[in-house]
Design a protein around this ligand. Structure first.
Ligand code: GLN
Length: 318
């Protein structure tokens, strides 16, 4: 009998995940679905899905784990990965975007102005818009949105992955704040391309629809120092992968990143679609989806699932 690398048999992981989801389901009504993007407001708040993909390749699913949802800000981890893989960890890149927790809302305008157009980190909106701008420059000849979608298809091994055009349109129509951030960046000369072109990339990457299972497969390289055990490819160097994980731990939940580290203890990234990706280095990726959010824009029930799961498994980076 093989010993799982995770140290816990898949059947036991399934039992722990189910128990954690059942605890979270009791409190699911306390979350509120994002309504500032009209297309997201239509998603039922009762949805709850979870997926674990271990570094051994075991897959454990719960509830709505195979239903695609809007990945929103989770896309920021993957565009950052694409940029770091394409241009390396360049000094110039880290002059344009910081790597400190923001302590502010994900779409704060005041912080961007106070700090002269240098976003605190690549996982808040302003930082991710700079990342999309860099990516747009790196991929000169290719359509940037298609390149992001292709990357997601490849690392999730799911050709079905695509942008939800209704969500993308809804984001663009209601995207006043992101347009403001992009214009601020431009005024501080921290955007190389046209505001409209960069926002097009940003809105479309956020509108990619994926299931918990697909996202967990796609994120597995984060748990294996940049190697992707399912595709056999090297997605990112091990040192850069560590850096992405460190940024996720410090910044992945915006002004609730400290709370997530305190309660869960794993690098994670949330999105206002209600998804959370959590990385247990050397072991597995756990993805949860529940659209009801807390006041910081992170999945309310999703955080409870991860908190219980991490406590029961003892998985924590601390
Ligand atoms: N598309 C969303 C926005 O820009 C992403 C925010 C998020 O998921 N936190 O507002």
């Amino acid at each position: 009998l093989r010993t799982p690398v995770t140290g816990i048999e898949p059947e036991e992981l399934r039992r722990v995940l189910e128990a954690a989801c059942k605890v979270a389901a009791r409190d699911i009504k306390a979350g509120k679905v994002a309504d500032y993007i009209p297309a997201l407001a239509r998603v039922p708040s009762s949805k709850l899905g979870a997926a674990i993909v271990t570094v051994d390749g075991d897959v454990i699913l719960y509830g709505d784990a195979q239903e695609p949802f809007s990945i929103q800000s989770i896309s920021k981890v993957f565009t950052l990965t694409m940029v770091l893989s394409a241009i390396g960890d360049s000094k110039r890149f880290w002059e344009r975007v910081g790597r400190e927790p923001s302590g502010s809302a994900f779409n704060s305008i005041v912080q961007l102005e106070m700090e002269h157009g240098i976003p605190r980190n690549p996982l808040i909106n302003a930082g991710a818009i700079v990342v999309s701008d860099v990516l747009h420059g790196v991929l000169k000849s290719k359509d940037t949105v298609s390149a992001v979608v292709d990357f997601m298809r490849q690392i999730s091994q799911s050709p079905r992955v695509s942008v939800d055009p209704v969500v993308a349109e809804s984001e663009a129509v209601a995207g006043f704040r992101n347009a403001s951030l992009a214009n601020f960046l431009k005024s501080f000369r921290n955007l190389d391309h046209d505001v409209a072109d960069v926002l097009h990339v940003y809105f479309n990457q956020c509108a990619i629809a994926m299931s918990c299972e697909e996202l967990a497969r796609a994120s597995l390289y984060l748990a294996v120092e940049g190697d992707h055990p399912l595709t056999g490819s090297k997605v990112l160097s091990s040192s850069r992968t560590r850096r992405v994980n460190s940024i996720m731990l410090m910044c992945g939940h915006y002004d609730a990143s400290g709370d997530f580290a305190f309660r869960v203890g794993l690098p994670g990234k949330s999105g206002v679609g209600g998804g959370i990706v959590a990385v247990a280095p050397g072991r597995a990726v756990i993805v949860v989806w529940s659209p009801g959010l807390n006041k910081h824009g992170n999945s309310h029930a999703g955080t409870i699932v991860l908190e219980h799961f991490a406590r029961q498994t003892g998985w924590s980076v601390f």
